[in-house]
Design a protein around this ligand. Structure first.
Ligand code: ZN
Length: 161
């Protein structure tokens, strides 16, 4: 069966940066299942898999605009240590949930200088070119409930995640 809208696709994948660093991989774990055509995965990978067949391997380079977006310098904010009550050790790389309006976003500590803390609300992979090495393990029609929910329910379509 071919990858198309309203199919659930199961993939083994390795994601590396242009520098060859492995960012994410299903290797050693469960393959990833997603509902095709509804934005479960980044647009550049979704379009590269469209029309491909079960068993095929796909290598695709995804530019930031088709991945997690470009970095927005306006999403980098200054904060003070006093805003982090109850946290003794603030270190570069720590992530926090922050509320902005009605949305929860994840911010990353990118600099700590005395009491001045710099936070970045960009997605950690914003601005990064993504190199996907994918093998299509399985393709099956989505169930009506999966289509309604907009996500897959496990290998047999019954388990809810
Ligand atoms: Zn569901």
């Amino acid at each position: 069966m071919k990858v198309a809208k309203r199919t659930v696709v199961t993939i083994d994948y390795t994601l590396t940066s242009d520098e060859g660093e492995v960012i994410d991989s299903s290797s050693g774990g469960e393959p990833l299942a997603y509902l095709h055509g509804v934005g479960n995965i980044v647009p550049g990978l979704e379009s590269a898999l469209d029309g491909r067949d079960q068993g095929e391997s796909v290598n695709v380079k995804v530019a930031p605009g088709e991945g997690y977006g470009e970095r927005d310098p306006k999403l980098v904010h200054r904060a003070t240590r006093a805003q982090f009550q109850g946290i003794d050790e603030l270190e570069v790389g720590m992530r926090f949930q922050a509320r902005s309006g009605n949305e929860m976003t994840v911010v990353t500590v990118v600099a700590v200088e005395g009491d001045d803390i710099t936070l970045d609300a960009n997605h950690p992979l914003a601005g990064v070119t993504l190199n996907f090495d994918v093998r299509i393990v399985g393709v099956r029609p989505a169930t009506p409930v999966e289509l309604e929910h907009g996500h897959p329910h496990g290998a047999d379509g019954n388990h809810h995640h």
